[in-house]
Design a protein around this ligand. Structure first.
Ligand code: T3D
Length: 267
């Protein structure tokens, strides 16, 4: 049986995914990357799951690619050809990043410690990123002769602008959670002891909201970054028209007028 490097729990409508290689700061082996992608597929396919929450076991969120993973670790044999890292990206990181970014439910990251390299990219690819005050973000790639991957080159400049993105990626310095929040890299910092309760409460709040509207909001915002203003306005109108025909809008507006709590059900 394969090692259980990902722990999965169902907490009401929230699917909690906990990276579970604490002895290696939850660094990604091909096994863990495969399990994480599979778990996202499974959450996406489950009509009763309305939010996904991702965190790490132990003192880290994830230290990124496991540099000792035999699938990618450089060979120490003299004359042995280098392994093709592109193969790892093609088969593991790209499918994972695309799955994460296109989930049919909102995804929250609870960053409980260091998030380095691809670990930072996975966290920052989530819709909301909450972090404990002792958490940190490290663009560790440059220190080992690589470029940011798993969406890092796309996410960083969009989140913090080119100047800060390049500073983080070139220097590879540790960015504390409070600074990450100040720069707009993440949503919110919480005392460490409160992180998981707050993240779960946030996930449960999202799970009770109109899922389709939340997901279309993510899509519309990502698309709008490529559009001029008028194109964005027109795209909003197309999406809003679809939202207006959906059950959740009928329910949301009716519940407001009836002064009752709405019961959303679209996904
Ligand atoms: O194939 C490819 O490389 C392509 C894909 C690239 C995507 C990437 O993610 S590239 C970036 C890979 N990540 C890194 O370079 C980060 C390496 N780790 C660190 O720089 C430090 O560990 C941290 C700054 C994250 C944390 O430092 P610290 O002092 O709190 O902990 P530590 O003592 O360094 O690590 C604790 C243990 O975790 C240690 O093992 P040990 O000595 O107790 O047996 C360490 O070796 C292990 N560990 C940490 N990061 C990794 C790792 N093992 C394998 N791979 C890691 N990335």
């Amino acid at each position: 049986m394969s090692e259980q490097t990902l722990l999965i729990e169902q907490l009401g409508a929230v699917r909690l995914l906990r990276l579970n290689r604490p002895e290696a700061l939850n660094a990604f082996t091909t096994g863990l990357l495969g399990q994480l992608r599979q778990a996202l597929e499974s959450a996406a396919a489950d009509a009763d799951t309305r939010c996904v929450l991702i965190t790490g076991a132990g003192r880290a969120f994830s230290a990124g690619q496991d540099l000792a993973d035999p699938h990618v670790a450089p060979s120490r044999e003299p004359g042995a050809p280098p392994k093709d890292i592109g193969h790892l990206l093609e088969h593991y990181y790209i499918p994972l990043a695309l799955r994460l970014r296109s989930m049919p439910v909102p995804v929250v990251a609870a960053v409980n410690g260091v998030a380095a390299g691809a670990g930072a990219s996975v966290a920052l690819g989530c819709d909301l990123v909450l972090a404990g005050e002792s958490a940190s973000f490290i663009q560790a790639f440059s220190k080992i002769g690589l470029i940011p991957d798993c969406g890092g080159t796309w996410l960083l400049p969009r989140l913090v602008g080119r100047a800060k993105a390049l500073e983080m990626a070139l220097l590879g310095d540790k960015l504390k959670a409070a600074d990450a929040e100040r720069l707009g890299l993440i949503s919110r910092v919480l005392p460490d002891a409160e992180l998981m309760d707050a993240a779960l409460a946030t996930a449960q709040k999202l799970a009770a909201m109109p899922t389709r509207a939340l997901v279309e909001t993510r899509i519309a915002m990502d698309e709008a970054l490529k559009f001029d203003f008028e194109t964005a306005l027109k795209r909003e109108a197309v999406l809003q028209s679809q939202m207006g025909f959906a059950y959740d809008y009928q329910e949301g507006a009716a519940a407001f007028l009836d002064k009752r709590k709405p019961q959303f059900r679209d996904r």
